[in-house]
Design a protein around this ligand. Sequence first.
Ligand SMILES: NC(=O)c1ccc[n+]([C@@H]2O[C@H](COP(=O)([O-])OP(=O)(O)OC[C@H]3O[C@@H](n4cnc5c(N)ncnc54)[C@H](OP(=O)(O)O)[C@@H]3O)[C@@H](O)[C@H]2O)c1
Length: 389
Amino acid sequence: MTILVTGATGNIGRHVVAGLRERGHALRTLSRFPGGPDSVTGDLTDPATLHSALSGTDTVFLLWPFMSADGAAEVVDVVARHARRVVYVSALSAENGGVWKEVEDLIRHSGLEWTFLRPGGFATNTFEWASAIRAGQPARMPYTQASRSLIHERDIADVAILALTEDGHTGRTYPLTGPSAITQAEQVHIIGTAVGRPATVEEMSREEARAAMAGWGDMADAALDYWQSIIETPEPVLPTVEELTGRPARSFTQWAHDHADDFRPLPASEVAEQYVAAFRAGRMDAATRLAASDVVRVAPLENDGKHVELRGLTEIMANAERLNRDLDIHGVTVDGPFVQDDRFAVRFSFDVTHKPTGQRTTSAKMSLYTVAGGVITREEVFYLDPPAI
Ligand SMILES: NC(=O)c1ccc[n+]([C@@H]2O[C@H](COP(=O)([O-])OP(=O)(O)OC[C@H]3O[C@@H](n4cnc5c(N)ncnc54)[C@H](OP(=O)(O)O)[C@@H]3O)[C@@H](O)[C@H]2O)c1
């Protein structure tokens, strides 16, 4: 019985893979990037690429890591054509509708045997504060007194492994949370204790937080309202992890100890190595965690070649999206890092197709990074071959 694990490079998936391997299960992993021996390249936004990953599989661990259910029907259909059973990572908020509920409904009507895992907020969401804490700056957020029952990703993975490998979970929906609700301010304090260096908190106004949530679209106001509401009414703490696994859910203190290295200040050489490793693994989340939230990028804006200074991850990502909107990126080769004192350089070569003309080219850029306080504070971009923009 072969199990296909999607999201295998992610927070939950990597523990699902490790746990299944330990127990001797035959498995295959899906990633958009070439990987290890059991890894098959495929993209959930392109269902045609999923057949080879799914062929001969019986059971699928499925993530839908998108803000909309567009394209999910085709993917569920392809999964149902190959496999018998699916364990889908939904969300606690599916009880109020939204993308997770839409994907659940597609699966419910697919003929697949299903189990839905409905976790609440992940402890990994606090990685958002990693660059500030590394740099000894306050972690900034709205509603510092919001109380959350964050869940350790290993608990979700443990439940997933049971549902993937044991009988008796078909047609079951498992709401999952951590073992206690603690405020965001307390979470920062606990991380500081785990790191061995006090970490501080600063409350952002709602307006400031709203402005920083450009990528959230329509969901930003609902999320802010929700965080405000859990000041008075902390998130629920549910017994499901313990009932299913036979041991209490892992605490946030445990999580902070497991991830203390992600919040510790690093020497420039280590930042450089981790940054390049994150790029090679296609882990943009891990790469951006190594940058200060007010990082400056000096790069061309639009296609006029003129360099401008962009400040902050939101502005930088928006510009990158503008620069790449006409490109299909097939692969990236990363050379480096070339480290000297508190600076390092990386050469990126992109294999791209310019969508309007269909022309396939290679474009290369060299980025020069400055590290201060254990995080990247500045990137200067030099195009070696002009990008096809
Ligand atoms: N964060 C929360 O509080 C929360 C709460 C409830 C539910 N959830 C759900 O949990 C899931 C995230 O789980 P996670 O934290 O373990 O994941 P993650 O660490 O965010 O990693 C995302 C995974 O999705 C894969 N992926 C992204 N785009 C893909 C694509 N186009 N095709 C194929 N694979 C793709 C990535 O694989 P490659 O990069 O290798 O391709 C990666 O393994 C999401 O579905 C989210 O909605 C999150």
